[in-house]
Ligand binder design. Structure first.
Ligand SMILES: Cc1ncc(COP(=O)(O)O)c(C=O)c1O
Length: 405
């Protein structure tokens, strides 16, 4: 279904111009996910903060910024890139369990909307940073609502026992402390229950718990302005984003009409379907009972299959004359876990043939590395029916050693 956005003739052109492996994104698809969110949440007028970690390329982030979205960042580096991509500081929120004092100070100096703090110690550090800068730090707390999102254990974050957030009981103490502080301004509360969440039920549950907590806080004199329900809306590999209307109903049913500003932090659902990894076949071989197709992209380019067991659909670009076979699509990295797809049943590609790995727009390039001293891939953006542009050049061997002293 997504293949109509990634036409074979154009992919051949991109591979010829940019080389392989190359991440290819569709501007049209990316903007389509953005409008789906806007449409689904129309009556609620939330602030969408695109989760930069999903894909922090300026070429894509700039599109979200131009559409009026804010950004959710999790490091000083992401904040730097968010501002460079054009996100307004007043629409940027800062999440993450281990922000350093330097990162907190940097964020405060930029005038971001709020910091989602995750511990009392972090709140004290934020207070010190604000005191040094002689200002009041806008504070939100990430609360762990103890809700099971029924997703992969590595991306489950909203159950008690995960490293993320604080309990409601602890949050209450922290808000009471912050309300008395000259350098803290408690403005919001947040949860993020996990990633690849496929139903709205867990959001409704978590939102209900958060709303009850905020009411309790208000009764103690702490009135917050923002209810941040995080990101995590799932999207099946190979498919388009499911309509976020169900999500809007779940959180809107709780927060609509309360006067609170709703904040969302979608990442994957916007970026994943918008991108593919385009790779070229190098060799074919047999090992034991298995057929292998070795391509020029490896786990350093796309680690999700090895890390999470993610199953990305793959398709050959152009015609194929080889026999239909079952094979594993593997990369050149020296690890047995270096595969992009296992048990693919397709016409076997010939050496030199292009293969497209779908749903690679999120947590693809942003999780890539130079492991095995492999320069990182290039990134290209499809801008029209037959036009594209390079948005990040391929790294060179010189880039591999550029930071070495
Ligand atoms: C705090 C926070 N917000 C938002 C996101 C984005 O989640 P997703 O890309 O699944 O929408 C994440 C992902 O880990 C996160 O940790």
């Amino acid at each position: 279904m997504l293949s109509r956005y990634f036409k074979p003739a154009l992919l051949e052109k991109i591979a010829a111009g940019a080389g392989t492996p190359v991440y290819v994104y569709s501007r049209e698809l990316f903007l389509r996910q953005i409008s789906s969110y806007k449409k689904a949440f129309k009556g609620l007028d939330p602030l969408f903060c695109y989760a930069m970690k999903a894909n922090s390329s300026r070429g894509l982030c700039g599109l979200a910024a131009a559409a009026g979205w804010g950004a959710d960042v999790v490091s000083g580096g992401e904040l730097y890139r968010a501002l460079r991509a054009g996100f307004k500081p007043g629409k940027v929120i800062f999440s993450g369990v281990g922000k350093t004092p330097e990162e907190l100070e940097y964020a405060l100096r930029q005038g971001i909307l709020f910091v989602n703090a995750e511990s009392m110690e972090e709140v004290l550090e934020l207070e010190r940073a604000a005191a040094r800068l002689k200002l009041r730090a806008p504070l939100s707390l990430r609360i762990n609502p103890d809700v099971d999102p029924h997703t992969h254990k590595y991306i489950t974050t909203g159950k008690l026992g995960s490293k993320f957030g604080v309990s409601f009981a602890e949050a209450e103490k922290i808000y009471m402390y912050a309300a008395e502080s000259r350098h803290l301004d408690p403005v919001g509360a947040q949860f993020h229950i996990g990633s690849q969440v496929r139903s709205a039920g867990p959001y409704a549950l978590a939102a209900g718990r958060l709303a009850a907590f905020m009411l309790r806080l208000a009764s103690r004199g702490v009135n917050l302005s923002y209810a941040d329900v995080g990101g995590g809306w799932g999207v099946k590999e190979g498919g388009e984003m499911p309509d976020p209307a169900a999500l809007a109903r779940a959180v809107g049913g709780v927060f609509g009409g309360t006067g609170l500003k709703l904040v969302l932090e979608p990442g994957r659902s916007v970026a994943a379907p918008s991108g593919i990894l385009l790779t070229r076949t190098i060799y074919r071989k047999r090992g034991g009972t298995k057929n292998y197709v070795v391509v020029d992209a490896g786990m350093n380019d796309l680690v999700r299959p090895a890390l999470y067991g993610a199953k990305h659909p793959v398709a050959l670009v152009g015609n194929c004359r080889g026999p239909r076979k079952t094979f594993d699509l593997v990369g050149p990295v020296c690890e047995s876990g270096d595969f992009l797809a296992e048990g693919v049943k397709l016409c076997e590609p010939a050496p030199g043939q292009l293969v497209a790995v779908y749903s690679a727009g999120a947590y693809g390039f942003s999780m890539s590395s130079q492991y095995n001293s492999r320069p990182r891939a290039a990134e290209a953006l499809i801008t029209g029916p037959s036009s594209w542009k390079l948005i990040r050049r391929r790294e060179t061997y010189k880039d591999l050693t550029a930071a070495e002293l």
